[in-house]
Design a protein around this ligand. Structure first.
Ligand SMILES: [Zn+2]
Length: 280
């Protein structure tokens, strides 16, 4: 019997400013999740967080479950799902850090000198000096106490190449950044084509028939259990953004229209940043 447990790290301040952002307000990073797939004795972690402090919190949380970590899987190549893993992997040296062969190069790219400098400028003094990088799996399956965990390559989300983790026994999908749960979606730099491709990835999750979807970014307190709601809302948000961009002349206009449609969604900074990449 497997089980799922989700750890959520709340919105956290970081150093950046978009043009449309009120400079008197503090930019925040989206609230983020990691998921532990648990057997009776062992466990597999899906994604890590960003900072060393978050890594320590995740480590204490895993220890509290009494499970032995045997593997950690990274869904996609974004530092905020990887860099925080160092304290966890140091404490569980036998745990393998892995990802699909198609994803591994993008994760490694996060530690390029330029990107590493950017991440450190966002979170000065808070990141591992030597983030661990996943090794490419030879296939697309992990095993936990005799149960299969499928790592499914999907393609576009807020990054070019994304995967999700499907746990058939639990009818659950751990979605990384393919699905968001009531947090403004990272559409910075997107265009109509990449937005349509992201919707295709959400459709592909639906084809796995999950009952629960764990989004990599979710508003604290929002439930994970309604896969249909989460997939529908993510698709609708992307379509709405697409329509709003097409019908707007400026970034502030995009922001105002999207806020009117999604007044309660978390991390407004993500939206203002995305809007700046679409219109002056
Ligand atoms: Zn993310």
């Amino acid at each position: 019997m497997l089980g799922l447990r989700v750890f959520l790290s709340p919105y956290k301040p970081f150093n950046d400013a978009s043009k449309s952002w009120d400079p008197s307000e503090q930019p925040t990073w989206p609230a983020s999740t990691v998921t532990l797939i648990e057997g009776d004795h062992d466990a597999v972690l899906v994604d890590g967080l960003m900072t060393l402090a978050e890594g320590e919190q995740v480590l204490a949380w895993i220890r509290g479950t009494g499970r032995r970590l045997v593997a950690a899987y990274v869904t996609h190549g974004h530092a905020d799902h990887v860099f925080g893993l160092e304290p966890v992997l140091t404490a569980f040296p036998e745990a393998q850090l892995v990802t699909l062969a198609e994803i591994a190069p993008a994760v490694a790219g996060q530690t390029d000198e330029k990107l590493l400098a950017l991440w450190n400028s966002y979170f000065p003094g808070q990141l591992s000096a030597h983030p661990r990088l996943p090794v490419a799996m030879s296939g697309d399956r992990l095993e936990l106490e005799g149960q299969v965990i499928e790592c499914v390559l999907l393609g576009r989300s807020d990054v070019e190449m994304s995967s999700v983790v499907h746990v058939p026994e639990l009818a659950a999908v751990v979605a990384g950044d393919v699905a968001y749960n009531r947090v403004h979606m990272w559409l910075a730099g997107s265009d109509p084509k990449t937005r349509a491709a992201w919707i295709d990835s959400l459709d592909a999750i639906e084809e796995l028939h999950p009952q629960s979807v764990i989004a990599g970014h979710k508003d604290p307190g929002t439930p994970d259990d309604d896969a249909a709601r989460i997939l529908d809302e993510s698709r609708r948000y992307i379509r709405d953004f697409d329509d709003v961009v097409a019908g707007s002349e400026s970034a502030p206009e995009i922001v105002a229209k999207m806020f009117a449609k999604y007044p309660t969604w978390g991390n407004p900074y993500t939206l203002t940043y995305a809007a700046d990449t679409q219109r002056p």
